[in-house]
Design a protein around this ligand. Structure first.
Ligand code: NAD
Length: 297
């Protein structure tokens, strides 16, 4: 296929490179990248990258930027290749996802929101999970490309539902990592060895994907960022972004999410007023280790 790819940062560059390596013709654009990875054709603007393509992907920082880029590329796509598919893989707010998809459809294009999980490692290895919102016809057309970049693509319903799945998942994992971290610190203070605690919890009702795959306590469980001075991995900054998106969505639809709200406050404290920026999401255990419960600690 002829593919446009806009936003070749940490995630986008390996995704685009994997598509090119599989034999597709990929034209890429990024405001801050002057030389694109091998195998990609470099465009001089987003509109140029998007023009005359079968599918155009965007992988951008936030909803505001996705809206601005969509306003630029939709007319270019519509005039050169009516019926082409616009696929936004960024993690953004549900409302922006629905707005850019509506703009694309109004202009005779197809649109999917397809945020990912799996991080830079998954992006490089081609093992991402895509959570997709949109029409089945567009999903089927793009599925072979999702299969190159990832190991799983799930159609979650209409436009915006990919983002909904992503922020619900990350609200669960953010709250889980925070409570896991505080539980290890409580265990320390009770004199319970961390390995013993892991051995029990990993096969008990408190077990979870974060415990088994990214245990905040270093030296315990599978190798994790904690074993590498909390170098990300998935950064605490990105978790804060996703938790904020979950709380914005909860506000918009009047959903009661007290655990998600508290997790968001904890990551705000850690990233913006603590040492968390640039560290892995599981480094929040360090903040719990520093704090006690009493006002004087
Ligand atoms: P990044 O900052 O490395 O890449 C974003 C790129 O977009 C940058 O290279 C930037 O120059 C480019 N860009 C910004 N404005 C642009 C514009 N107007 N036109 C063209 N290019 C523009 O970020 P990333 O880590 O690649 O993340 C991208 C998206 O994926 C984000 O929405 C993020 O939340 C999501 N995500 C990231 C991870 C991760 O582990 N990094 C995991 C899952 C999802």
């Amino acid at each position: 296929m002829k593919i446009g790819f806009i936003g070749t940062g940490n995630m986008g560059a390996p995704m685009a490179a994997n598509l090119a390596a599989a034999g597709h013709t990929v034209t890429a654009f990024d405001v801050a990248v002057s030389s694109q990875p091998d195998g990609l054709k470099a465009a001089s603007s987003a509109a140029q990258a998007a023009s005359d393509q079968d599918v155009v992907f965007t992988m951008l920082p936030n909803g505001e930027i996705v809206r601005a880029v969509a306003a630029e590329i939709v007319p270019a796509m519509a005039s050169a290749s009516p019926g082409a598919v616009f696929v936004d893989c960024s993690t953004i707010d549900v409302q922006s996802a629905r707005a850019v998809a509506a703009l694309a459809v109004e202009n005779g294009l197809q649109a999917l929101d397809a945020p990912v999980s799996g991080g830079v490692l998954g992006s490089t290895a081609g093992t991402l999970t895509f959570m997709v919102g949109g029409e089945n016809e567009a999903f089927e057309k793009v599925k072979p490309l999702f299969d190159i970049m990832g190991q799983k693509a799930v159609l979650c319903g209409p436009t915006g539902n990919g983002q909904a799945a992503k922020i619900c998942n990350n609200m669960i994992s953010g709250a889980s990592i925070a409570v896991l971290s505080e539980a290890f610190v409580l265990a320390d203070k009770l004199g319970l060895d961390r390995s013993a605690m892991f051995n029990v919890v990993s096969t008990s009702s408190g077990s979870s994907w974060p415990l088994l795959n990214m245990c905040p306590a270093p030296g315990v469980g599978a190798p994790s960022p904690g074993d590498n001075n909390y170098k990300p991995g998935f950064s605490a900054d990105l978790m804060l972004k996703d938790l904020r998106l979950s709380q914005q969505a909860a506000q918009d639809v009047d959903a009661d999410t007290p655990m998600g709200k508290r997790a968001c406050e904890l990551y705000e404290e850690f990233v913006e007023r603590g040492d968390g920026s640039g560290m892995d999401v599981t480094a929040i255990i360090l903040a719990h280790e520093k704090r006690g419960r009493r006002a004087d600690s």
